[in-house]
Design a protein around this ligand. Structure first.
Ligand code: NAD
Length: 480
């Protein structure tokens, strides 16, 4: 069985504890690799390596960093099949999805920030006889912690801008999906990264994540994960005055108006609810449909959802893979039970799905649609993060806005209408970091990405991430 190792100072190494955690393939329920159970000693070793490397890396020309990031993107693309298979086995998502979306997007993240590094400048202004300009210095060492749902996609979305900005990185992938971050380590030297610039530590949150948050020599933390973890991180890092970027949970509304393009909307709303088994922070899990088309839409939606059969993620025809773990499956199933206790009716799905052959012990859930719930019930307030959505009717635009904004979250939303004025009003009134109109998950990497309310603090994307990983010093010169 493969035993993964940490990557510190350009070398693979065992964890100080010599202990390992089991990594389970969710589609089969079987342990298939072991990952380091790292702790503060491993983090300290990584901080020592990064401290020794940070001055030289911060002083490299942006073009040099860009060339290395581009080489890493090339190498990921050269190894697309291996990375995609690893992502699919680790996470349970269909292999075609890893191949078409996750891994290409990881390569694109490195390419995007290679270009951005070379384009990143700073401001200047003149006031009377005083010239002001801004020196932007890398923060030094960045701590990057990512979740399991889009493993390499989100891991690279954090480390690429940090490295482009001239920071050294101490990064921890989710212990549930460590494999693609591990494979990435094999490419780092080939791409040209000096030792100590990228350090990757494996392990669970309290053991390996917390020491990164608590370390006094890591001044910036970029975190994506659950809101409860984000809250602990905010509480722990704030008294140390660390820079914090927190991308947290969501409970995103999908608003469908009577005048939408019906077929396109049904297709789009199904995808928004069930892509990646509903395990994308941006998935639309609360669907509100205007009363005039409610029944027609609901029936067409349910019919389409019933075509999303679960299957072996490695088979090309599989539409829905496994959810990420047994405990996550139990959590999602418990929410389906709760929804029924709260008065909901399951229109389709509602149970664990059984897939034959090698996947007979796998963690599959039938795509589930629930009707008849109030906006305030727990099912409609708490993040489920699985293949489960609710559907309800609304009458007016004002009501749609109120429903959209009725949770503590504010990450993303989508609005489906052919009335452009209504679309603009909705976009202005919905409390969310992202509003998609007549589409979902269209991502231009230059745009600000992140949420409001309990969905996070700060934004990623574009030059915003380079601002985050640098510290500005204003220089004012009097010119006589
Ligand atoms: P999680 O919060 O349990 O874990 C995320 C990461 O944090 C993991 O690497 C974990 O090991 C680490 N961690 C856990 N406890 C820690 C601690 N005390 N200190 C430091 N690190 C710690 O989240 P998850 O279950 O892996 O991911 C699912 C969540 O992520 C969902 O809530 C989802 O909405 C959210 N998410 C948000 C976005 C976004 O962009 N807003 C994107 C993807 C996922």
């Amino acid at each position: 069985m493969e035993k993964l190792r940490n990557y510190i100072n350009g070398k693979f190494c065992a964890p100080a504890s010599r202990k390992y955690l089991e990594n389970v393939e969710p589609a089969t329920g079987r342990v298939y690799s072991l990952i380091p159970d790292s702790d503060e000693r491993d983090v300290q070793k990584a901080v020592d390596a990064a401290s020794a490397a940070k001055k030289a890396w911060g002083a490299t020309e942006p073009e040099q960093r860009a060339a290395i990031l581009n080489r890493l993107a090339d190498l990921i693309e050269d190894n697309l099949d291996e990375f995609a298979l690893a992502e699919s086995r680790d996470n349970g998502k269909p292999l075609w999805l890893s191949k078409a979306v996750d891994i290409p997007r990881a390569a694109r993240n490195f390419r995007f920030y290679a270009t951005a590094a070379a384009q990143f400048g700073s401001e200047s202004s003149v006031q009377g006889d005083v010239l002001n300009y801004t020196l932007r210095k890398p923060v030094g060492i960045a701590g990057c912690i990512s979740p399991w749902n889009l493993p390499l996609y989100l891991f690279s979305w954090k480390i690429a801008p940090a490295l482009a900005a001239g920071c050294c990185v101490i990064a921890k992938p989710s212990e549930v999906t460590p494999l693609t971050a591990y494979l990435l380590c094999r490419l780092l030297k080939k791409a040209g990264f000096p030792d100590g610039v990228v350090n990757i530590i494996h392990g669970n949150g309290p053991g390996a994540g917390a020491p990164i948050i608590e370390h006094k020599d890591i001044p910036a933390i970029s975190f994506t994960g659950g809101t409860a973890t984000g809250e602990w991180i905010a509480r722990t890092a704030a008294p140390m005055f660390k820079k914090l970027s927190l991308e947290l949970g969501g409970k995103n509304p999908t608003i469908v108006f009577d005048d939408c393009d019906f077929e396109t909307t049904v297709r789009g709303v199904v995808r928004a609810a069930f892509a990646n088994q509903g395990q994308i922070c941006l998935c639309g899990s609360r669907i509100y449909v205007q009363r005039g088309i409610y029944e027609q839409f609901r029936d067409a939606f349910v019919e389409k959802v019933q075509t999303l059969t679960c299957g072996d993620p490695l088979k090309p025809k599989t539409k829905q893979g496994a959810v990420v773990s047994e405990s996550h499956m139990e959590k999602v199933l418990s929410y389906i039970e709760l929804a029924q206790e709260e008065g909901g009716t399951v229109l389709t799905g509602g149970k664990r799905a059984r897939v034959s052959g090698r996947c007979k012990e796998g963690y599959f859930i039938e795509p589930t649609v629930i009707e008849g719930l109030t906006a305030t019930c727990r099912t409609n307030q708490e993040e489920i993060f699985g293949p489960v959505c609710t559907i309800e009717a609304f009458d007016t635009e004002e009501e749609a806005v109120q429903l959209a904004n009725s949770t503590k979250y504010g990450l993303a939303s989508s609005v489906w209408t052919s009335d452009l004025n209504c679309a603009h009003r909705m976009a202005a009134n919905i409390e969310a970091g992202i509003v998609w109109i007549n589409c979902w998950l269209e991502r231009d990497l230059r745009t600000p990405f992140g949420g409001v309310k309990h969905s996070g603090v700060g934004r990623e994307g574009g030059m915003i991430a380079l601002d985050f990983f640098t510290e500005p010093t204003n220089v004012a010169i009097k010119v006589n």
